[in-house]
Design a protein around this ligand. Sequence first.
Ligand SMILES: Cc1ncc(COP(=O)(O)O)c(C=O)c1O
Length: 367
Amino acid sequence: MSDAKLQGVLSALSPVARQLNALPSNQPGRDANCVKLNTNENPFPLPMMVMQSALAALERHYLYPEDDNLSLRDAAANAYGLSQDQVIAGNGSSELLGLIYRAFLDPGDSVAMISPGFSFNRKLAMLQGARLLEIEWGESYSLPIEQLLLGPARDAKFILLANPNNPTGTFVPVDEIDRFVAQSDQLIVVDEAYVDFAPDDALRLVDRHSNLLILRTFSKGFAAAGIRVGFGFGHPELIERLRNLQNVFNMNVIGHAVGISILSHRADYHENHKYIKHERHRTTTALSQLGFSVIPSHTNFLLARVPPAQDGKWWQASLARQNVLVAVFPDSGLENYIRVSIGTRTQMDAFLSAARDIISGSMKTQS
Ligand SMILES: Cc1ncc(COP(=O)(O)O)c(C=O)c1O
């Protein structure tokens, strides 16, 4: 295609598609040997039984997957004490987030997110031509309930919060969420992507509130980010509205098999969760000794304020030169922070050793 033709084609892009060029990327270049601590994966093998279910599913490669994810939804309903019509299954929870945006937002509408929050929501709002109202967390990362009930979020079609939250790693007690959802007449979406590393979860609220949707994923707690399995739980009518918008065959046969198998082998992950929490504690202590200030985390990552003198981007670039990838954020107030996923002990040692090298290198240049 000649360039003139290409320019003609590109000029037909919708204003939204053009605007999306402006989104920052959180993923510096990647090589196979890098220590990848920038997207909060869980770098451990799947339990053997789960792996076997994936391999067995491959034999069904020529068949379309089951329609409407029936068996997977059934398995999730049984595992979590809900009915099948309270469950939607997605190709990762990000698919389900996207469905919620499509279901509720017209161009010009508003959606509110407690902020800083999961940055993908900015893209989703942009795709709908909607305004994302970012409402700051309250004191010590508590729910800003007054703001939400009486401030500009009143006009939002729905309100989102992640609990535990990304990127802060902080956790709001479930009772606080319960009280807030009870007082609100808006849809509240609680994204529990990191709940497997947290002290509590909000699933018991699903039967109590018809204005609540809970999202879960197997990407973080269950080491299946590449397989893409996510769930939404809520009132059957809400869930049905979302299912109506879903692509046919939105998941594949491997996702179905792995999802069902994980649901019946959840206990096999206890050691993994214990390990990650232990490494989280060890890394927090080590980083504090190096002059970082770490926000106590209830997730599989840490948000750490870097030592004075350099900012988060400088640290990200310096670590990348040592083949260690971490995330930084464009949000105002987060310029001096890096987010580090918790991986294996070897990965965390590599990260800490790179951090020590960087600090001693920068001390040499200062002296
Ligand atoms: C808060 C939050 N929600 C949802 C997701 C998306 O997860 P999934 O892999 O299920 O699409 C992420 C991934 O980083 C996340 O941090």
